[in-house]
Design a protein around this ligand. Structure first.
Ligand SMILES: [Zn+2]
Length: 274
């Protein structure tokens, strides 16, 4: 994707717009470095997490040797989200000319006199300069647009942000891996809860053996239909765990019966199983 100047300038404006309700610990934020991605860390939003961390890696990759300087992975306290991670990237290149009035990136070179020195101003300060020229009737040369260079990090960040408008996932496989991990964790919690019902009866080894039977059960709801943590239903897990437990103890009772009544040793039984 080749981004045009106008798109990048609009993105730069948005990224550098300083929120009025917040304090910043680093004076580069919203002066040289603009905010491009956010992630509310405690939200359990796996898609946001995946997109944020994918974007961070891609932007750092694009920045190359400048990553330490150009990319900031910042954390701030937020009244609604608890903890908010934000990627800030340096918008313009290091050697960019700054506005002589306010030090933001310059956008115009202006001069009052034909042979006078050119001075560089940002868009806002140039508006004041225009007003002065008109109001006081000062002679001035036609201003020349100055185009500061964007950093590779900022161009990459803008491309990623735009691609999210077309499709909500930056890295499909990263996202599904995270979702699968979260699902397995949720399922494990549900199984542990089901086990707690037999906490006084079953031994630890029995717990593990039954859980293994449960996980392997191809007909189980968790094998057939569940893919994400939200699918995990504790009631269903409790029922299926009880069934696995019944199977386990029935099998155990059968073995004891074979051993005691029919006289087979466990080794002989293993041969039958094979
Ligand atoms: Zn300015």
């Amino acid at each position: 994707m080749e981004l045009d100047r106008e798109t990048l300038e609009k993105a730069a404006q948005g990224a550098l717009e300083r929120p009025s309700d917040a304090m910043f610990w680093d004076d580069r934020l919203f002066t040289t470095h603009g905010a491009v991605f956010h992630w509310a860390e405690l939200s359990d939003d796996l898609l946001e997490e995946s997109n944020y961390l994918t974007a961070l890696a891609e932007i750092q990759g694009a920045a190359g040797d400048d990553a330490d300087e150009h990319v900031i992975d910042g954390t701030s306290r937020h009244f609604a989200h608890g903890s908010l991670r934000t990627i800030y990237v340096q918008v313009y290149d290091d050697d960019v000319i700054r506005c002589r009035k306010c030090a933001s990136a310059a956008a115009w070179a202006v001069s009052r006199k034909k042979h006078g020195r050119r001075r560089f101003l940002c868009g806002a300060c140039k508006n004041d300069w225009d007003w002065d020229s008109k109001h006081y009737g000062l002679p001035a040369l036609e201003p020349i647009a100055y185009r500061p260079r964007f950093t590779a990090a900022f161009i990459e960040a803008t491309e990623l942000a735009l691609s999210l408008q077309d499709y909500p996932i930056l890295d499909e496989s990263d996202y599904s891996e995270r979702e699968w991990e979260a699902f397995e964790k949720a399922l494990k919690e549900a199984v542990e809860h089901a086990q707690s019902e037999y906490g006084l009866v079953d031994t630890c080894a029995e717990d593990n053996a039954i859980a293994e039977l449960y996980y392997q059960n191809e007909d189980g709801e968790h094998r057939q239909n569940w893919r994400s943590p939200d699918d995990v239903d504790w009631e269903v897990v409790a029922t299926e765990y009880r069934e696995a437990r019944d199977v386990y103890f029935l099998e155990l009772a059968t073995e004891v019966y074979r051993w005691n009544v029919l006289g087979y040793s466990p080794d002989q039984l293993a041969l039958f199983a094979a």
